[in-house]
Design a protein around this ligand. Structure first.
Ligand SMILES: [Zn+2]
Ligand SMILES: [Zn+2]
Ligand SMILES: [Zn+2]
Length: 525
């Protein structure tokens, strides 16, 4: 490669450096050799809206934006390719940068893997918190909720592996495509169409990867959604029950089942007050209706309160669709309610009668779920490592770069020798980007010395040792990230994203460390 292959000469004068490229015929030109055409165009004198060139024979009357008739003429010069007379002439550097940006974006599609994993993991955490808060509030419905979440948690490590491994396969194919084309400053204009082809193929690989990630996540997403929907229902009842506690109390061993609003009492054989609208509360022992009563001074009042065993049956009133009759030992209570309530009430009464069968009594199991926090930082670091290795110009083909002496070491020495991946056992699977880069570059024959076998490990349960090692590698990664920015190898937006991610990891790591050391202390006590 010559010292400056990118310093193309103008194809027209063969003398000056080319600064422009024609999008249509690919000709590279210097600004002297460009033709230009001066175009007349009309601009609104009021709002400066450009109306463009009038078609011959046509005349603009007023501005379409502000209706002003104050139109003025302007002239602008358009560059024209002297060969094909196209006006699609671009500045060479802009074109190069645009192509580089497109390639970059197509490579970054593999970040979809950990982005979606993180989204899912966040949803899982939120769902677990909701579950725990409901259990703590004595909403113990449906043991299967814990079972489903446990099943998700059991699947996650394999899923993480799958998403990480697929990213690796795709990254390898991307690397094969971009081999020798990573450093965009070396792209020759004659290679531009070829580079567009590479970007197209990488984009396809990205789409293929995204589909794979979605497919892998879909079953777990469906399960989680089902759990969440059920929990949202319980949460609704829990909120309804705040009114209950203001006016009544649960007995020992009594548990809330559901609360159905807007239930109207429409007469009864024996109730004193048989006209009211309120909320019907069902517990595993009782049936209560609490309503607002009183014309002058409104107050909440318990309209009826029966043991569940007094309820003989629940019958539909033959004449009116929305009416139900509660057949009790003492007599009848007629109620009317929404279709939805009418539909679910018999089921809930069934559930309430056999509540023991449905409830979660194993609080240890619930707490355990809460504590088992999944980390996806291993997959994220692995994929980010791939992205950075795909985006970094490969060092073997680089000519020596001037080393900025303001920094302690040249960028090629990333990571710091002391933390070379071979020396640090990354116990918790906190693999650094470099382990992947080493592997990738070895595969591509860029690096002759193999460092170690890359062996990603994902462990949901991590020891304190592993966490401390993680903490050290997070600190190291933070330092490296700052260096990368200073070396100009990381654009600001990537820096911010990466830095934020690392800070979040650091926070979770510290929290986990605190929790584990507390647990250990408790155990020793
Ligand atoms: Zn020229
Ligand atoms: Zn042209
Ligand atoms: Zn205007």
């Amino acid at each position: 490669m010559t010292e400056d292959s990118t310093l193309e000469r103008c194809k027209s004068c063969q003398n000056n450096r080319a600064t422009h490229i024609c999008e249509d015929c690919g000709m590279v030109l210097c600004s002297d050799c460009l033709d230009n055409r001066s175009n007349e165009y009309i601009v609104c004198g009021n709002c400066h809206h450009s109306l463009g060139e009038p078609i011959p024979g046509e005349k603009f009357e007023r501005c379409p934006e502000c209706e002003s008739e104050n139109l003025t003429k302007g002239r602008r010069t358009v560059d024209i390719c002297p060969t094909c007379h196209s006006s699609r002439v671009e500045i060479l550097e802009d074109k190069r940068r645009k192509l580089a940006l497109e390639m970059r974006h197509s490579i970054m599609n593999i970040q979809y893997g950990h982005t979606k994993l993180r989204e899912f993991n966040n949803k899982l955490t939120v769902t677990k918190r909701l579950l725990v808060s409901l259990r703590m509030a004595n909403f113990l419905h449906y043991r299967w909720l814990e079972e489903k979440i446990e099943a998700i948690q059991e699947e996650l490590p394999a899923l993480k592996n799958r998403i990480g491994n697929q990213a690796e396969i795709v990254a390898r194919r991307m690397a094969a495509e971009t081999k020798n084309f990573v450093d965009y400053t070396r792209w020759n204009p004659s290679q531009f169409p070829f580079i567009e082809g590479i970007t197209n193929r990488i984009t396809e690989l990205g789409i293929y990867y995204k589909q794979n990630v979605d497919e892998a996540l879909e079953p777990l997403r469906i399960t989680l959604k089902e759990v969440k929907r059920q929990l949202d229902g319980l949460e609704y009842y829990k909120n309804q029950f705040t009114d209950f506690y203001d006016n009544a109390q649960l007995a020992v061993g009594e548990l809330p089942v559901c609360a159905l609003p807007d239930v109207k009492v429409n007469g009864s054989d024996f109730l004193k007050n048989d006209k009211a609208i309120g909320t019907l509360y069902v517990t595993n022992k009782r049936l209560l209706l609490i309503a607002e009563t009183g014309r002058v001074r409104r107050k909440m009042e318990v309209i009826f309160d029966f043991p569940l065993i007094y309820l003989k049956s629940l019958e539909e009133d033959g004449r009116l669709r929305k009416r139900l009759v509660l057949k009790l030992k003492q007599g009848d209570v007629r109620i009317s309610c929404s279709d939805q309530t009418k539909k679910v009430l018999p089921d809930y009464i069934e559930i309430a009668r056999k509540f023991e069968r449905y409830i979660q009594t194993d609080m240890k199991r619930v707490r355990k779920l809460e504590q088992e926090e999944m980390s996806i930082s291993d997959v994220r670091l692995k994929i980010e490592g791939m992205v950075y290795s795909l985006l970094s110009p490969n060092s073997k083909h680089d000519e020596p770069r001037p080393v900025d002496t303001r920094f302690e070491r040249p960028p090629q020495q990333w990571p710091h020798p002391r933390y070379q991946t071979g020396n640090v056992p990354f116990g918790a699977g906190y693999a650094t980007p470099d382990s992947f880069r080493d592997e990738l570059e070895r595969t591509l024959g860029r690096q002759s010395e193999p460092n170690r076998d890359y062996n990603p490990q994902y462990r949901p349960q991590v020891s304190i040792d592993a966490l401390q090692r993680d903490a050290e590698s997070i600190r190291q990664a933070l330092r490296e990230t700052v260096h990368l920015l200073r070396d100009g190898r990381l654009v600001t937006e990537d820096f911010i994203r990466r830095y934020k991610d690392l800070m979040r990891d650091s926070y979770h790591n510290r929290r986990e460390l605190e929790r584990q050391s507390r647990d250990t202390r408790d155990r020793l006590r």
